[in-house]
Design a protein around this ligand. Structure first.
Ligand SMILES: [Zn+2]
Length: 245
């Protein structure tokens, strides 16, 4: 298809909207699954899910991130924040890390009415900010489940919905340390958002992480936060619009 300058500009603006203007425009309804495919940048993300049984913080993961100077994004459940305030405070103090919202109780959001979705997001904002002093601007829906309503309610609260394009599969009992390393290094692409967990020490996430980080870097990938991937998308869209006119 031949693109006229006008259609190129429209495409660029469409690309810009989901990442850059969620807070300003509640009408924006798209989840971010990855960053720019033309940039060798990848975001590692770690969910701290609120669970029925206690699911403790895995400090071995943070130790690897620290030792290897890896920026990362941690999506925290409000219930988990209340269970593990000391761990969350430590994560929030770390300049390498950014903290996102992973709902209060980890429900299947698409089965809830709007008002309950709103309550889930607001309660998590409150419980996270009570520990960290800051309300997140990024939100990850539990189980990766969302629809247009979830996106709209999140956008109305100033939250950008963040999905992923590469599930590490770390909860899978077959995800041994070598299997995790092989899978992530094989599937990672420019712009990938990779999801792992930071509240299940029995998973092999921490053991696999050093080889995953080293392997991604050896392939020329820079590891960044989701926030940085979003800023790249905005800059990319602006650059496309500028060169198209
Ligand atoms: Zn979760």
């Amino acid at each position: 298809m031949r693109r006229t300058p006008a259609t190129a500009l429209v495409l660029a603006l469409l690309t810009l909207a989901p990442a850059g203007r969620a807070a300003a425009s509640p009408a924006v309804q798209a989840a971010v699954e990855h960053g720019l495919r033309g940039e060798r940048k990848i975001a590692l993300t770690f969910d701290a899910c609120t669970t029925r049984a206690p699911s403790p913080y895995d400090p071995a993961i943070t130790a690897v991130l620290e030792a290897m100077h890896v920026p990362a994004t941690i999506f925290v459940g409000g219930g988990w924040a209340r269970e593990e305030p000391a761990a969350l405070a430590e994560l929030a103090r770390d300049p390498l890390l950014e903290i996102g919202n992973h709902t209060e109780t980890h429900p299947h959001l698409t089965r809830l009415p709007d008002a309950r979705i709103r309550e889930e997001l607001l309660a998590a904002q409150r419980d996270i900010a009570a520990v960290t002093g800051r309300a997140p601007t990024l939100f990850r829906p539990p189980y990766g489940e969302y629809d247009a309503r979830v996106l709209r309610v999140a956008a109305e609260l100033g939250l950008t919905t963040i999905e992923y394009d590469l599930p590490s599969g770390d909860p899978d009992p077959r995800a041994t340390t070598p299997a995790l390393i092989r899978w992530v290094l094989r599937e990672a692409r420019p712009g990938s958002i990779i999801v792992m967990h930071i509240n299940h020490p029995r998973f092999h996430t921490a053991e696999a992480l050093p080889a995953i980080v080293a392997g991604l870097r050896a392939r020329g990938f820079e590891l960044v936060t989701v926030g940085e991937l979003l800023r790249e998308r905005e800059r990319g869209a602006v650059a496309t619009a500028a060169t198209s006119t």
